[in-house]
Structures are given as C-alpha cells and as structure tokens.
Design a binder for this molecule. Structure first.
Ligand code: CMP
Length: 149
C-alpha cells in the first residue's frame, strides 16, 4: 500500500492551520496511519532535505523547519502520493490552483505550509526517516468501501 509523508511546517502550526489542512486531506478520503508533533532536530532536517543541499536556500530551509514545531503525518492508500500532491498544490503558492492548500492558505514558496512526498519511493524513504514501523497504525476504516471500489 502506498504511503506519503506530510509535514505541516512551522508556518502552518504557528498560523493555527493544522486543523484546516488535516480536514482537507481527510475529506478527500485519505486515511491517516501515523502522527507526531515535534521540534525537528537539525540532523533530521538535514537528512530530510538532503536533496536540496548546496542550493542557495538550503540553510534558510533548515532554519525554518527547525524554528517551531512540525506536525508529521503519514497517509496511506492507492495513489496517495499523487492525490496529496494535487490537494497540496504547486511549491510556489502563486502558481498553485485555487482550492489547493498552498493557494488557499499561502503566498510564498518559503512559507508554503506543507511538505508532501513527491514519489512513492520517496514516500517510503521519508516515512522510514520520520517514523519507526511500530508508529504506523494498521487499522480497518469502515468507510473505505464508500471511497474505493
Ligand atoms: P517543501 O515541499 O518543504 O520542500 C523543499 C522546500 O524548499 C519547499 O517546500 C519550499 O518551501 C522551499 N523552496 C523550494 N524552492 C525554493 C526556492 N527557490 N527558494 C526558497 N525556498 C524554496
């Protein structure tokens, strides 16, 4: 089963948007299997954003993600990675479609509220980076039969 890591980043937490962001993902029909509210250790931030190392914005990126708490979430389901990317919207909120989280709630790339895994492979990698296997709750959701054929 495909999994995606979603981080509600410090700007989303500070602005009190956690509930709204979770509501949008839940209403889409996505299934939550893990959640953790934490101050991100610099070392974890470096591993998570390793792909951006060397870029001009890398240090600022680390400073921002470690500046206040983050809510880390794992969602599970068929095609969950692409479905979440669609609901989240483009990296730059100015290019995000109306109705997406980044369009509706944000205005800048730096404070774009959420991170979401960009491929099923990265989903697996990021879930393993942020959570241990025991953190992932295996549960049967009774509404699944009204969401998936
Ligand atoms: P996120 O999905 O968390 O992954 C990396 C983050 O870097 C991205 O969201 C943006 O917040 C940020 N980012 C991406 N590109 C730029 C850029 N050109 N300048 C500043 N920040 C960026």
């Amino acid at each position: 089963m495909e999994r995606s890591l979603v981080l509600i980043k410090p700007d989303g937490v500070q602005r009190g948007l956690m509930g709204d962001i979770i509501r949008r993902l839940e209403q889409r029909g996505l299934k939550l299997v893990a959640a953790k509210f934490l101050l991100v250790p610099r070392e974890l931030a470096e591993k998570h954003y390793a792909i951006h190392k060397g870029k001009a914005f890398y240090n600022d990126l680390l400073d921002r993600i470690t500046s206040a708490p983050v809510l880390a979430l794992v969602w599970e389901g068929a095609q969950v990675v692409s479905s979440i990317r669609q609901t989240v919207g483009s990296t730059n909120p100015a290019n995000a479609e109306p109705g997406t989280i980044r369009h509706d709630l944000g205005l800048s790339t730096e404070y774009n509220l959420v991170h979401a895994s960009d491929s099923p492979e990265n989903g697996e990698f990021e879930v393993a980076l942020w959570f241990s296997p025991a953190d992932l709750v295996s549960w049967k959701r009774d509404t699944d039969r009204w969401i998936y054929p």
